[in-house]
Design a protein around this ligand. Structure first.
Ligand code: IVH
Length: 678
């Protein structure tokens, strides 16, 4: 470095800055990186070294200025040139129609009226002032007129350009947008916080707000924040395009990330349709949104409409049903699952949340109860997002009533009374009763009989419950000794269905080794693993005698699975059940490792992205593995095919940029059905 002249250093700094700005834009704005992350990091380090050697050459908009600056005493006030407004809300289609009617009446507009439609991002509103293309000030919304100057923090966000691209921009422009934390980054941040014994954030929005509120921007720099720009405030000496959607295009040209789901709807019907489509994709997005926003696209008409109080007349937020609501924790019960896991279940005062009435929520395990610090009788916030099981996210401790009581985790199984144990460093508590425990027996039997296991038609939950409660069946092997008379004695069981069930049980004796292994319910052994084990070892005896090391030689079997398989076959009780099943006549043909014809995808790598209507991603993965494919979580040059359902995002883009074959769901299901797997 010392050998470099100042002139040479300046030239290299300029060149590196230029490149780094460009790659930032590719990565954050276009979502289409050109170079690997390591290469970016290498250039950034080189630039940092040069700037350390020549501090005077460090530019205000240098890409290295993302690491944070020394802490502030407090935030300065930042007055907005134009007030930052909020939005009126609508909660159903009718309110959207009313909005469209009001707008048209006011404008006396008879023709079609186009609206820009955007996701309503759930983050923190910011204003970014660029002077001569350089980021000069970033501010929060505050009360709409005055916010806080958070420039040092915002500079650390790589998605925010420190300098606008090109040379065609106003001498002064205020960009408005939303800073958010992508879900993945939020999960990672919370995981790290919890590992350190900290509480973590309740949701990505709070995490984003908390990160921006740091007086020490070096902390903000380590937080995974991003931005989408959605409008402009003040512009000086410049003529903007006459449509909002075109303004967004311009922002993109300047290097600001604009949400890819933005569309223009030709009329009200298009707006309502947009809501439905975005709502359907909500859960598969990489970030939280809480609705969609409609904006009259024509800026001339926007001006004519003007604003009332704190919200413009030309825009409307159509909100999704709230995902969080407040209710009371009435009690906690403990359920015992097939693996013996004892799960605390919260009984709640019924509450409408996420579009349905919820009266139960999971509390996961004892650690979660401790983390939440929740007590019976507390007022709690319940969250239900999409199809996810409702969760308690926090207790409203400041309003704790007087008569609350602690949640006591049982030390004995509520079903069979066996001691409850904590295995290793697992968070879950398990009933140690095994098949002695009726709860575990019921679940084990239901799983054993399920369609993809032994496929015993007619042996559903109701029958299993009775068989276990009347002590007619203790282990799966007992199923094979049930008589028509015994079954006919059960509730809701006529002679005819009893006969059918006996026949179905008889038929199930003829099975395959993979099905049998899956049916045993060995922990972590799903269908694909069962198939892998069967193909690898060929016989039950060889599998039973395999060491953990030998087990790990099977594709997709890691130390955890190997351990559970070994543990299963080390148990005398389990071995007895297996022998009893074989004695009862359960049998299978010799395992033929699949031929090449049966595994047409052998040697190929597939990636699944987005959602599928016909099956879950896990099922799709299983089918692909059956056909011999390796299923990977990320797209790379070695990917052969990407199956992209609705909601596919970055992976799809990456596949397209790498020219990888992409299949939609129709093509995928047609292929599976041709292979007899649908
Ligand atoms: S436009 C005058 N567009 O929603 C228009 N806002 O309730 C004001 N928000 O504070 C904002 N996504 O933080 C607009 N696509 C979007 C938005 C959006 C999220 C937030 C913004 C604002 C709040 C208004």
């Amino acid at each position: 470095m010392a050998k470099l002249s100042e002139k040479e250093a300046r030239a290299e700094i300029d060149a590196l800055s230029e490149k780094l700005h460009y790659h930032n834009y590719r990565y954050y704005t276009l979502d289409d990186p050109e170079i690997p992350d390591q290469e970016y990091d290498r250039m950034l380090r080189r630039l940092q070294d040069l700037e350390d050697g020549f501090p005077a050459l460090r530019r205000d908009d240098s890409p290295t200025r993302r690491v944070g600056a020394p802490p502030l005493e407090s935030f300065e006030e930042a007055r907005h040139i134009q007030p930052m407004l909020s939005l009126d809300n609508a909660f159903n289609d009718e309110e959207v129609r009313d909005f469209d009617r009001r707008v048209r009446e006011r404008l006396n507009w008879k023709k079609r009226l186009a609206y820009a439609c955007e996701p309503k991002l759930d983050g923190v509103a910011v204003s970014l002032v660029y002077r001569d293309g350089v980021l000069e000030r970033a501010a929060t919304r505050g009360d709409g007129r005055t916010g806080e100057n958070i420039t040092a923090n915002v500079r650390t966000i790589r998605a925010v350009p420190l300098r606008l691209r090109g040379d065609d921009y106003p001498p002064e422009v205020e960009v408005r947008g939303e800073i958010y934390m992508p879900r993945e980054g939020f999960e990672r941040l919370n995981r790290e916080a919890r590992e350190k014994g900290d509480k973590g954030f309740v949701n990505p929005r709070n995490a984003a707000a908390g990160s921006l509120r740091q007086l020490d921007s070096r902390i903000t720099a380590r937080r995974p924040l991003a931005i989408f720009a959605y409008g402009v405030g003040e512009v000086r000496d410049w003529t903007l395009p006459d449509r909002h959607s075109l303004v967004l295009e311009r922002l993109k040209d300047w290097g600001l990330p604009v949400n890819p789901l933005v569309e223009v709807a030709e009329d009200l019907a298009g707006c309502l349709d947009y809501y439905d489509r975005v709502a359907g994709r909500r859960d598969s997005l990489a970030y939280d949104i809480d609705g969609v926003v409609y904006k009259v696209d024509d800026l001339g008409l926007q001006r004519r409409l003007g604003t009332v109080a704190r919200a413009p007349r030309w825009a409307l937020a159509r909100k999704f049903p709230a995902e969080e609501a407040r209710t009371t924790l009435l009690d906690v019960e403990f359920q015992v699952g097939r693996t013996g896991a004892v799960t605390p279940v919260a009984r709640l005062e019924p509450v409408f949340v996420g579009g349905v009435t919820v009266s139960n929520a999971t509390l996961h395990n004892r650690d979660e109860i401790d983390r939440l610090g929740v007590r019976i009788g507390d007022s709690v916030i319940v969250r239900r997002a999409g199809d996810v099981i409702p969760q308690i996210v926090r207790a409203v401790v400041s309003e704790r009533p007087e008569n609350t009581r602690a949640i006591e985790f049982p030390d004995h199984c509520p079903v069979c009374g066996s001691p409850v144990e904590q295995a290793g460093d697992e968070a879950v508590m398990r009933c140690s009763g095994g098949l002695v425990c009726a709860a575990q027996r019921k679940e084990a039997l239901e799983h054993f009989a399920s369609r993809r296991a032994m496929d015993i038609d007619g042996l559903g939950e109701k029958i299993v419950d009775q068989l276990v409660e009347r002590e007619l069946v203790h282990s799966p092997a007992d199923l094979y000794h049930l008589s028509v008379e015994t079954l006919a004695g059960l509730e809701r069981m006529a002679e005819k269905s009893a006969q059918n069930l006996v026949d179905a049980i008889e038929d199930s004796k003829k099975t395959t080794l993979p099905r049998f292994l899956y049916a045993l319910g060995i922990r972590e052994v799903g269908e694909a693993t069962a198939r892998g084990l069967a193909n690898h070892f060929g016989t039950l005896e060889k599998l039973r005698d395999a060491t953990e090391e030998q087990l790990r030689a099977v594709a997709d079997v890691g130390p955890v699975v190997a351990h559970f398989v070994r543990e299963f076959f080390d148990s005398e009780d389990n071995l007895e059940v297996v022998s009893a099943l074989l004695e009862a006549g359960v049998h299978w043909p010799a395992v033929q490792p699949p031929s090449e014809a049966e595994q047409p995808l052998r040697g190929q790598t597939w990636v699944l992205t987005g959602s599928l209507d016909a099956m879950s991603r896990a099922e799709a993965k299983d089918r692909l593995q059956q056909l011999g494919a390796r299923v990977s979580g990320s797209v790379s040059a070695s990917t052969d095919v990407v199956v992209a359902g609705p909601g596919a995002g970055t992976k799809l883009k990456k596949a397209e940029s790498l020219d990888i074959e992409v299949w939609d769901e129709d093509k995928f299901t047609a292929f599976l059905s041709e292979k007899g797997l649908l």
